[in-house]
Design a binder for this molecule. Structure first.
Ligand SMILES: [Zn+2]
Length: 221
C-alpha cells in the first residue's frame, strides 16, 4: 500500500500540476472516443497502450473481457454499454483480449476452478468459446498456442454477445457504431485486430484502423 499512497502524492505533485487544465476541463463532462472492454488483468493499461488521456476511453473491465448476452442475470456490463451508447453517444467499441489470460486458462482447464465457484459461474458466458476450441482446434496441442487461440475466439464470441444488446443492435442498424476485436500481447507490445475478410487477427500496424472494423458494411467512424 505504501507505494500506492506515495504514488498519489507523486501524481498530485508532478502529473496533476503539469496537466491541470486537462483535469479541470473534465469537470465539465466527458466525451470519450470509445468504449474499451478488456480483462481485469493488472498487466493491461488501456490508457498507456493507446496513449490516451483521462476522458478519452470509457472502460469496462472484468475477468476475461466478457460481455454477458442481453437478458443475463448480471446487469453491470449491460448498464455500462447502454450508458456508453445512449448517453455518451459512443461510436466505437473495442473488445480487447490479451496474452496469458488467466480467465481463459481457467476456461480451458476447469480443474483450476474447483475452489472458485464465482469464477466458474462467470466463465459460463464463455462456454461457446470453450466448445469452439474443444471441437474445432483439437489439432493445436501446444498449451500456449491453444491459450492464444482461445483468447482470440473469446473476443469474437463476446462481440456476438455485444450485438444482443438492444442499444448496440439499434446503433449498428443506423450505421452509427463500429465494433472492433483486438488481442494485446503485452510481452511484445503488439496489438492484433480481427479482420473479418481474412478471418484472422492481424497486427494493427500492418493495416488501417477502419479496415479492421468487424462490421464491414459500416463506414469508418
Ligand atoms: Zn485476462
Amino acid at each position: 500500500m505504501k507505494k500506492i499512497v506515495e504514488g498519489i502524492h507523486q501524481f498530485q505533485k508532478d502529473v496533476f500540476s503539469s496537466k491541470q487544465q486537462l483535469f479541470e476541463g473534465l469537470a465539465e463532462g466527458q466525451h470519450p472516443r470509445a468504449l474499451f472492454i478488456t480483462c481485469s488483468d493488472s498487466r493491461i493499461n488501456p490508457n498507456l497502450l493507446t496513449q490516451t488521456e483521462p476522458g478519452e476511453l470509457f472502460i469496462l473491465r472484468n475477468a476475461g473481457n466478457i460481455v454477458p448476452p442481453y437478458g443475463s442475470y448480471e446487469r453491470g456490463e449491460a448498464a455500462t454499454i447502454e450508458y456508453a451508447i445512449s448517453v455518451l453517444g459512443i461510436k466505437s467499441i473495442i473488445i480487447c483480449g490479451h496474452s496469458h489470460c488467466g480467465a481463459m486458462g481457467g476456461l480451458l482447464d476447469q480443474s483450476q476452478l474447483e475452489k472458485l465457484p464465482a469464477v466458474r459461474s462467470w466463465l459460463e458466458h464463455s462456454e461457446s468459446t470453450r466448445r469452439i476450441i474443444n471441437e474445432n482446434y483439437a489439432h493445436i496441442t501446444d498449451i500456449e498456442a491453444r491459450l492464444m487461440v482461445t483468447v482470440e475466439e473469446n473476443v469474437l464470441v463476446q462481440l456476438d454477445h455485444l450485438r444482443t444488446h438492444p442499444t448496440v443492435a439499434a446503433a449498428l442498424g443506423r450505421k452509427a457504431l463500429n465494433l472492433h476485436g483486438w488481442v494485446y500481447k503485452f510481452e511484445s507490445g503488439q496489438v492484433f485486430g480481427y479482420d473479418p475478410d481474412k478471418k484472422e487477427f492481424l497486427a494493427i500496424e500492418e493495416t488501417s484502423f477502419s479496415s479492421l472494423s468487424v462490421d464491414r458494411d459500416l463506414p469508418p467512424i
